[in-house]
Design a protein around this ligand. Structure first.
Ligand SMILES: [Zn+2]
Length: 320
């Protein structure tokens, strides 16, 4: 499949039909056992007795909506792509070539990204917030699926892919508008017959050097010169000023912590759970496989979040 054809199809806001089929066939949820109902009794009690629940979610919640995580055995990006390296902040800011590669891939994957839909975990949390159970939802995910399902008390710990930020004047652009800017700036690429491997099921592409070096990234439309960066926290980048303190305040206002679908591998997520633990707050954790929070939690359920939340939603529906 040629890059030329890929790009045309992506720009028409639709993935090639064979890619769509592939995307639905691929399962990003790592291998796991079905949860025993008896294991969930303490979690039901935990949720019922919490008056002001602080929830933190991670990539394990989004895998069930078709988005790969980084590190899961067999299904994560690192396992699927031996050469995969997450974008590094310093590289992005220093090297134009890194920015071209990043934005060319992001441009091609945007349609897939925006077609993802929330799953039972997102909807159950939105419902609990409506009922006054949740005081704050912190997510390490950048995909806006909690917003799509109706949650409102959200802190996006690592930012969001749905905004683009000027690193010079702090102007924030809507990512959909930026897609149009990228399209207009790269019209000439559509006539070049690039060879590239097929679009990957997560919407990313392996680009030839020729494609990425020719991909044009426009500067900030407000100041005319600033570097435009997705409004997410890259590897090697600090959290925006004040965000840590904001999360800490929310933890202190709550009376129980629920951790869903994360290994707490990144320091920014783990620090908050350690803080809650020091405050002697009860912590419950649901994740497939081990996590850095296992020793801090009152109890841990080794299971798929969607399965657990579907059960909880049914059990707790009219019981508070
Ligand atoms: Zn600017």
């Amino acid at each position: 499949m040629s890059w030329c054809r890929n790009l045309r199809q992506v720009t028409s806001q639709a993935l090639p039909s064979n890619t769509k089929k592939l995307a639905t066939m691929i399962n990003y949820v790592p291998k796991h056992e079905s949860v025993k109902r008896s294991e969930l009794a303490p979690l039901i009690e935990f949720i019922q007795s919490a008056r002001s629940l602080f929830v933190i979610t991670g990539a394990g919640v989004s895998t069930e909506s078709g988005l790969p995580d980084y590190r899961s055995e067999g299904t994560g990006l690192v396992a699927r792509r031996p050469n995969f390296k997450p974008t590094n902040y310093q590289d992005f800011m220093k090297k134009e070539s890194t920015r071209k590669i990043y934005w060319a891939r992001s441009f091609a994957g945007w349609s897939y990204q925006t077609q993802r839909q929330p799953n039972v975990t997102h909807y159950t949390l939105a419902n609990w917030e409506d009922k006054g159970k949740i005081s704050c939802l912190v997510t390490q995910n950048v995909d806006r699926l909690h917003h799509k399902s109706g949650s409102k008390k959200i802190i996006e710990l690592h930012g969001t892919l749905f905004e683009v930020r000027c690193m010079n004047c702090e102007n924030i652009l809507d990512r959909f508008k930026f897609q149009e800017m990228l399209r207009s700036a790269n019209i000439n690429l559509f006539n070049i017959d690039f060879e590239a491997t097929a679009l990957r099921p997560d919407g990313d592409v392996e680009l030839s050097k020729e494609v990425s070096s020719n991909f044009a990234v426009p500067p900030c439309p407000k100041c005319g010169s600033g570097i435009l960066k997705p409004n997410v926290v890259f590897y090697g980048e600090n959290l925006p000023k004040g965000r840590k303190e904001q999360v800490k305040r929310e933890i202190e206002k709550s009376d129980a912590i629920l951790v869903l679908g994360t290994t707490l591998h990144t320091r920014s997520g783990r620090d908050h759970i350690e803080h809650a633990h020091k405050q002697r707050m009860p912590i419950a954790l649901v994740n497939i496989g081990p996590s850095f929070g296992d020793n801090l939690a009152q109890f841990k359920i080794n299971a798929r979040c969607g399965e657990v939340m579907k059960f909880l939603s049914h059990e707790l529906n009219n019981n508070w």
